[in-house]
Ligand binder design. Structure first.
Ligand SMILES: NC(=O)c1ccc[n+]([C@@H]2O[C@H](COP(=O)([O-])OP(=O)(O)OC[C@H]3O[C@@H](n4cnc5c(N)ncnc54)[C@H](O)[C@@H]3O)[C@@H](O)[C@H]2O)c1
Ligand SMILES: [Zn+2]
Length: 404
C-alpha cells in the first residue's frame, strides 16, 4: 500500500467519524483550524461592581480569519487589577480583567501564520499577548523600542463589547486581528504567567543601561522587595551583577531577596534615621555607596531616601510609581546637583522587552534562581474574589488564577 492509499483511507475513516464534515468542524468559525472539542460557551470573570466579580457564561464567539481562540491556562493578579477591584479608577466596570495571562491556541483563522516575532504559530502552541496597536498600523515590531505600552490597548483592560472574551480571568479568550502574540511554548506555565511583570524589570534595566553607569561589576541597591523589586534583583543577577543590596522592612521578603540573588540585605526598620540607614547600606558594600539604585516602592519617603545611598556620579532608576503616590521631597543641591546623579524613569515595557524577557526567564532558571516561587498562591477561576482579597491583604507575593 503506498502513501497515497493510506491518505485516502485516513480521509475516509475521518469522514465516517465526523458524519461527512471535516475535523475542523468543531471550530466556532468555518475558516478556523481547531483542536479538540471546543465548548459552546466560555466563562469570564467580570468585575460587575466594586470588589465583586461574577463568573458569567457567554456563547463561544466565531473565530475570524485573523483571530486566535485561546484556552486560558492561567493569569497573574496585578496591582492594576487590585486598583480596579477596589476603586475602578479607569471607569471600566463591567470589565473582563486579567492581563498577565497565558494559554493554548485551540482555533485560529486562516490568515494567522506567525507570531509577532516571526515564529510559526499552530493550534496547540502556548502563547501570551502583549499590546494591541489597532489604531496605529505604522508601528512595527522594530521601532517599538521608541514607545512603551502607554497609549496602547491591552487584553484585560478593554471596555466590554459583544464578544466579552476580552480578559484572561476566563477559560477562553478571543485574540483579535492586529494584536501582538508570542509563541512561548518552550516556557513552563509558571514562567509564562510571570512574563508580564518580568517585562517591567527587563525594561527598567534597559533604561538603567542607557546611563552607561550600570555595569556587570556595579554595586547596586534595590529598594523595595515586593514582586517588582525581587524580579529586579533576578534580572540584575542574570546580567552578571553580584553585588546587590536589597532594602525592605519585611524580614520574609528580605529572605526571598537572597534567593533571587541579593548578596546582602538591610531591614530599614532596624535603623533610626536616614544617616544610620545609609551607614548600613554603605557597610553592606564594604564601606562604599552604591553605583546605581533601583527604587521599587510606591513610597515618597523611599524616593527621598534613595539618593543618600548613591555615590557621587552614580545613577538611579525610579520605577516605583506606576500610579500617582504623591510628592516626594528632595534637596536638589545635596541629592542631585552636587553629586551629579543621572536619573531615569521607567514605566511598563515595549514589545522588544517581551522578547528579552523570554530569555531572561530561561537564564534565571539556568543559574538556579527559583523564579517560580514568586507565585505564592493559586486560585481557580471560581475563587477570583478571594484571589483579589488575598492580593489586597498583601499576603504572599504573586497571586495567580490557574484553570483546571
Ligand atoms: N514602572 C512600572 O511600570 C511599574 C509596574 C508595576 C508596578 N510598579 C510599581 O512598583 C511598586 C512596587 O510594586 P510591588 O508589586 O513590588 O509592590 P509591593 O507593595 O508588593 O512591594 C513594595 C515593597 O516596598 C517595601 N517598602 C515600603 N516602603 C519602603 C521603604 N521606605 N524602604 C524600603 N522598602 C519599602 C514594602 O515593605 C514592600 O515589600 C509599586 O508602587 C507599583 O506601583 C511600577
Ligand atoms: Zn500587570
Amino acid at each position: 500500500m503506498d502513501s497515497a492509499n493510506i491518505e485516502q483511507i485516513v480521509k475516509q475513516v475521518l469522514k465516517e467519524m465526523t458524519g461527512g464534515q471535516t475535523p475542523d468542524a468543531n471550530a466556532p468559525a468555518g475558516s478556523a483550524q481547531a483542536k479538540g472539542a471546543i465548548p459552546k460557551t466560555a466563562h469570564v470573570a467580570m468585575l460587575t461592581s466594586l470588589e465583586h466579580f461574577d463568573v458569567k457564561e457567554f456563547p463561544m464567539p466565531a473565530v475570524g480569519d485573523g483571530d486566535i481562540l485561546i484556552k486560558v491556562e492561567g493569569c497573574g493578579v496585578c496591582g492594576t487589577d487590585a486598583h480596579e477591584f477596589k476603586r475602578d479608577p479607569f471607569g471600566l466596570i463591567p470589565v473582563a480583567l486579567g492581563h498577565e495571562g497565558t494559554g493554548e491556541i485551540v482555533a485560529m483563522g486562516k490568515n494567522v501564520k506567525k507570531d509577532s516575532a516571526g515564529k510559526d504559530l499552530h493550534v496547540g502552541d502556548k502563547v501570551v499577548t502583549c499590546m494591541i496597536f489597532k489604531d496605529n498600523p505604522d508601528i512595527t515590531m522594530f521601532d517599538l523600542n521608541k514607545q512603551n505600552v502607554g497609549g496602547a490597548d491591552v487584553y484585560g483592560l478593554l471596555p466590554d463589547d459583544d464578544v466579552h472574551l476580552n480578559g484572561w480571568f476566563s477559560d477562553y479568550i478571543l485574540v483579535r486581528e492586529g494584536s501582538t502574540v508570542f509563541n512561548v511554548s518552550d516556557l513552563d506555565l509558571d514562567s509564562r504567567i510571570l512574563i508580564e511583570p518580568c517585562a517591567v524589570l527587563v525594561h527598567a534595566v534597559e533604561r538603567a543601561k542607557t546611563t552607561n553607569i550600570l555595569r556587570f561589576n556595579s554595586r547596586v541597591v534595590v529598594q523595595g522587595c515586593g514582586p517588582i523589586g525581587l524580579i529586579c534583583i533576578a534580572v540584575l543577577r542574570t546580567m552578571g551583577i553580584e553585588n546587590i543590596v536589597a532594602v525592605d522592612g519585611e524580614a520574609k521578603r528580605l529572605e526571598f531577596a537572597k534567593l533571587m540573588g541579593a548578596s546582602k540585605t538591610v531591614n530599614f526598620k532596624d535603623y533610626k534615621g536616614i544617616e544610620a540607614l545609609t551607614g548600613a547600606v554603605e557597610s553592606s558594600f564594604d564601606g562604599h555607596l552604591a553605583d546605581f539604585a533601583f527604587q521599587c516602592t510606591g513610597s515618597p519617603v523611599a524616593h527621598s531616601n534613595i539618593y543618600k545611598f548613591i555615590r557621587n556620579g552614580g545613577g538611579l532608576c525610579e520605577l516605583g510609581f506606576f500610579i500617582n503616590g504623591g510628592d516626594a521631597t528632595i534637596n536638589p543641591h545635596f541629592d542631585i546637583c552636587s553629586k551629579e546623579i543621572t536619573t531615569v524613569g521607567s514605566w511598563v515595557y515595549t514589545l522588544r522587552d517581551y522578547a528579552t524577557t523570554f530569555d531572561f526567564l530561561k537564564r534565571a532558571k539556568g543559574i538556579g534562581l527559583p523564579i517560580e516561587k514568586l507565585i505564592t498562591h493559586k486560585f481557580p477561576l471560581e475563587q477570583i474574589n478571594e484571589a483579589l482579597k488575598t492580593n489586597l491583604k498583601m499576603e504572599g507575593l504573586k497571586i495567580a488564577i490557574v484553570n483546571k
